[in-house]
Ligand binder design. Structure first.
Ligand code: URA
Length: 187
């Protein structure tokens, strides 16, 4: 199956209650065989309206971080979320919603086959790296999970709330760049 075929199937999904509130499902976007995959939390209001990940204020900041290390969704990364439909009032996605939606993410992963996964924020880091993951303590650290390198970093929304963390987050993106170079990944 191609990513486009998977997306068509996914758009019909009604496997959890989040489907009831969605304007658009946010499947993900970016390079279809990217070596770098980003996984956020879930769509917010703008994402729900546009059907695209990280297009609000957080997304603009994320794009800036990416651009600062020569990465972008147009060129070399793929961006998705733990859940594909907006949780009401932007609450955290519930574990049972993630349990259902992660199957779509797994299928995306199998097609894209990234070498590095960046968990953007606590929700995806706790689900994909370690259930006790603490962003303040473990951001920027690479872990290997089933042959894939994974790292968790600050969610841009957290940086907008507390700009003091901007330098720390920037250092994480520089570490991604170093890891890309170290592995000899051509992007
Ligand atoms: N926050 C996320 O985690 N994902 C989005 O797509 C937008 C905001």
């Amino acid at each position: 199956m191609t990513l486009d075929e998977l997306e068509i199937k996914c758009r019909e999904c009604t496997k959890c209650g989040l489907c009831e509130g969605r304007t658009n499902l946010v499947f993900g976007e970016g390079k279809k065989d990217a070596d770098i995959m980003l996984i956020g939390e879930g769509p917010g209001e703008n994402e729900d309206l546009q059907g695209r990940p990280f297009v609000g204020r957080s997304g603009q900041l994320l794009d800036k971080f990416l651009a600062s290390v020569d990465l972008s969704r147009e060129k070399n990364v793929y961006i998705a979320n733990m859940v594909k439909c907006r949780p009401p009032k932007n609450r955290d996605p519930k574990p049972e919603e993630q349990d259902v939606c992660i199957n779509w993410l797994r299928e995306q992963f199998k097609i894209i086959r990234p070498k590095i996964i960046i968990c953007v924020g606590r929700i995806s880091a706790q689900r994909l790296i370690d259930k006790d993951f603490r962003v303040t303590k473990e951001h920027g650290v690479f872990y290997e999970r089933n042959g894939v390198l994974m790292m968790g970093t600050y969610h841009p929304a957290a940086i907008l709330r507390n700009p003091n963390n901007k330098e720390l987050a920037f250092a994480d993106w520089l570490a991604v760049r170093d890891k890309i170079n170290e592995l000899g990944i051509i992007i």
